[in-house]
Ligand binder design. Structure first.
Ligand SMILES: CC(=O)SCCNC(=O)CCNC(=O)[C@H](O)C(C)(C)COP(=O)(O)OP(=O)(O)OC[C@H]1O[C@@H](n2cnc3c(N)ncnc32)[C@H](O)[C@@H]1OP(=O)(O)O
Ligand SMILES: CC(C)C(=O)C(=O)O
Length: 511
């Protein structure tokens, strides 16, 4: 059996189509940083921008072309002379360059947007490819809105641009309208009906308007396509593009299915995703495939038990292969004995017998009903005999005044051992003022070791989760608070930590 696979060219357009996401514009230096990571990842082609779009984008394409040595650098250009010349100019110093020129071929785009007859479009496409070939011998031609174009017209224009010197033919699903079976079949028919189709590599470029970008791209691959255009984290115009990490890992994981392989070093996927997210300010949703924080995290007992017995029961990839340190077993109310015991063993805590462990496990479940996630410190306190925290402190009311030029002031009403108290304090910031106000009455003598805020969902109305870590007499506790008001969440987290500290103390004193 012949197992030799075709090379699947990975064409990354994070810096061009990704940048077309509203709010994701990048500076030249940011583009260089991302391009370096893409090069390290061994992306074959980096589309660095649209050189004619602005002087800044021209400089960015130029700078990426001068920096990157191992990947081909590409600029987009409309099928017009000035765009192509500008792209050629920006790419002059590239080790390996490509000009990517395009024109729309669908009836709706030709009639309303371009306001051109199909014959004129065909003529412009051929002229554009010929001009681009004067700057580089690697020219890609895209039939914009290809998935909504008439097949017979596509066959004619593709044959003509290949004859004019285009080596890559991209048929994008520009508006994310395609369906996998239909889009894949379109490529099969194009390849069968264009007489010189063997002279070019066919390429896919899918948008995610119906959430089908990756499925459509992979269907195209199954039907003869050998280049996929994609972006890190699926960034891109509107709902985004097909995501690089999903395409690459699908092809790699389903080697039994796909007749292709990529040259990508997948261990750079997560660091690159993080970089793109931090530069664009677009967070990665926790449940995003491959790069989401939960992609290799298991919370439920049955899964955790399976993974502990044999990782492949619930994992089709290794976290390390995509750049995560390792997978994670998150302890919470859905966890079972296997995962809890395994974590205790990792912490060096062993149990005399099943009965002792069972007692701790019951405490664990009681605590897990009150907290989202159980940390190592919680596990430790459960074995030292600490019961689930007694709620000594409870937030009744919080008002924070913050005015430009003056110190923020926090006023709180706290229920302490069933009695209501009003407290207030100033602080260097609203959170500091809140914590100082609590401490003005709690006088815990605990040190604040960690304060962290995480948005659970996106947007300014998102639910925030705050973690507060306090230390007293060598004992660490993590308090957690969640609220759409980040100050309320902070106060709750602080009080949660105090409750845990005091529960432990009371237990030790035998209260
Ligand atoms: C599907 C895609 O992602 S395509 C890429 C989309 N990306 C971008 O548009 C980002 C960069 N774009 C820009 O900076 C600007 O749109 C520019 C510099 C390209 C053009 O700016 P302007 O000259 O002001 O034109 P404007 O954007 O208003 O309109 C686009 C023009 O290009 C024409 N056009 C659009 N695509 C093409 C094409 N592939 N080939 C030739 N002409 C085209 C349109 O018909 C329109 O022409 P008109 O002005 O004669 O009506
Ligand atoms: C220019 C082309 C490739 C494009 O971005 C699209 O059609 O979405």
């Amino acid at each position: 059996m012949n197992t030799k696979k075709d090379k699947l060219v990975i064409f990354d357009t994070t810096l061009r189509d990704g940048e077309q996401s509203p709010g994701a514009s990048m500076t030249k230096d940011e583009k260089i940083r991302i391009a370096r990571m893409l090069e390290r990842m061994r992306v074959d082609v980096i589309e660095a921008g649209f050189a004619i779009a602005s002087p800044g984008d021209f400089e960015a394409v130029q700078a990426v072309a001068e920096t990157v040595k191992d990947s081909r650098v590409c600029s987009l250009a409309r099928a017009v002379g000035p765009d192509i010349s500008r792209a050629g100019e920006a790419l002059k110093k590239a080790n390996a360059s490509r000009i990517h020129t395009f024109i729309a071929t669908s009836p709706i785009h030709m009639k309303y947007k371009l306001q051109m007859e199909p014959e004129k479009v065909l003529e412009r496409a051929v002229e554009a490819v010929k001009l681009a070939r004067q700057f580089t011998d690697d020219v890609e031609f895209s039939l914009e809105d290809g998935s909504r174009s008439e097949p017979e017209f596509m066959y004619r224009i593709i044959e003509a641009v290949i004859n004019a010197g285009a080596g890559t033919i991209n048929i994008p699903d520009t508006v994310g309208y395609g369906e996998p079976g239909e889009y894949g079949a379109m490529f099969r028919r194009v390849i069968e009906n264009v007489p010189n189709s063997d002279k070019a590599i066919f390429s896919t470029h899918c948008h995610n308007d119906l959430g089908l970008a990756v499925a459509n791209s992979l269907s195209a691959v199954m039907n003869g396509v050998r280049q996929v255009e994609c972006t890190i984290n699926g960034l891109g115009e509107r709902a985004g593009n097909a995501s690089l990490e999903e395409i690459v890992m699908a092809v790699r994981t389903r080697q039994d299915l796909f007749p292709v392989e990529t040259g990508i070093d997948t261990s750079h996927i997560v660091p690159t995703s993080r970089l793109v997210s931090s530069i664009t300010g677009f967070p990665v949703q926790p449940n995003k495939a491959i790069v989401g924080a939960n992609a290799f995290a298991h919370e439920s007992g049955i899964h955790q038990d399976g993974v502990l017995k044999h990782r492949e029961t619930y994992e089709i990839m290794r976290a390390q292969d995509v750049g995560w340190g390792h997978n994670r077993l998150v302890l919470g109310k859905h966890s079972g004995r296997a995962a809890v015991k395994a974590r205790y063993e990792e912490l060096g805590i062993h149990f005399e017998d099943t009965a002792e462990f069972q007692m701790v496990f019951e405490r664990f479940k009681a605590l897990a009903d009150k907290k989202h996630e159980i940390f190592d410190e919680d596990l430790q306190s459960l074995v030292t005999g600490t019961e689930a925290p007694v709620e000594r402190y409870r937030l009744e009311d919080l008002e924070v005044r913050s005015k430009f030029g003056s110190l923020p002031q926090a006023q709180l009403r706290l229920l302490i051992d069933g009695e209501s108290h009003r407290v207030e304090a100033y602080g260097s910031g609203p959170v500091d003022a809140t914590f100082k106000a609590i401490e003005s009455i709690a006088k815990s003598q605990a040190d604040l070791k960690l304060y962290s805020v995480n948005a659970v969902t996106q947007g300014t109305d998102s639910q925030g989760t705050v973690t507060v870590r306090l230390e007293r007499d060598g004992r660490l506790v993590n308090g957690v608070g969640a609220d759409t008001d980040i100050l309320v969440a902070s106060a709750q987290a602080y009080l949660d930590a105090l409750n845990m500290l005091d529960s432990g103390e009371n237990k030790r004193k035998g209260v």
